[in-house]
Design a protein. Structure first.
Length: 241
């Protein structure tokens, strides 16, 4: 059976990684994949991706990097995403992975107007999501953990908006039959979200946000956390858990 690819585009900050683990671990658990089912490729460290046809699907992580930097490794990964779309490979991108998918397919990524979005946010589901195979089962709104400075500002041609927040209308996008991405973090639990807020509190103060209020508003996100598991099961990735 072909492996499921976790495309690692970055690492969690050292203190968070030491306490809670890192992106590949969170993604594997979120998608309910057995360790033997997963292949991790660290593209930010220069590791080479296998041909899209050699894997059963791909999960693309977040990163502290910015898509607008157009780093060589990032642009190579964007090319790989385009090749994967040609064969309709199942792909699920998160945060940086979300932005990179949109960029790769012709959308525009840049800084979110009004500054960073961080904390547990209310995500509103779009009307057109009722016809989507993944989003149709979502409630009208749900909570999700967020931390990002950049966002998808203009959609690729043919992309569908399935959900958004008050500040970012493009939190959940579909690009094709097997390819979706989310700006929020379904792989985060509440403890990880709080750790990110603690880490960013000086930046938040400087930008006019109240980190103490944001910290207090952190709450469980069971609906968001189910999305990666649903995607994995729907596309047969979790068959051998």
């Amino acid at each position: 059976m072909k492996p499921v690819l976790i495309i690692r585009t970055g690492r969690a900050p050292d203190p968070i990684r030491a306490r809670y683990g890192d992106f590949p671990h969170w993604f594997r658990l979120g998608a309910q994949l057995s360790p033997g089912r997963v292949r991790v490729v660290d593209v930010a460290a220069g590791e080479e991706l296998p041909p899209p046809g050699d894997v059963a699907g791909a999960l693309i992580t977040g990163s502290a990097a910015m898509v607008t930097e157009r780093a060589a490794w990032s642009e190579r990964t964007a090319g790989w995403i385009r090749d994967a779309m040609d064969i309709e490979l199942p792909m699920f991108g998160v945060c940086y992975g979300h932005q990179l998918m949109a960029h790769a397919l012709g959308g525009r990524v840049d800084y979110l107007p009004g500054g960073r979005e961080i904390g547990t946010m209310l995500i509103e589901v779009a009307e057109q999501a009722k016809d989507d195979p993944m989003a149709a089962a979502l409630p009208a709104s749900f909570r999700a953990h967020t931390t990002h400075e950049q966002s998808v500002l203009e959609l690729p041609k043919g992309a569908a908006v399935l959900a958004g927040s008050a500040r970012d209308p493009h939190h959940l996008l579909r690009y094709g039959k097997n390819a979706v991405s989310v700006q929020f973090h379904p792989e985060f639990n509440a403890d990880v979200m709080r750790a990110y807020i603690q880490r960013k509190r000086a930046d938040m103060h400087r930008e006019g946000f109240d980190p103490h209020h944001t910290f207090r508003q952190v709450a469980p996100t069971p609906i968001a956390r189910r999305l990666m598991r649903y995607f994995s099961r729907h596309h047969g990735m979790a068959a051998q858990r």
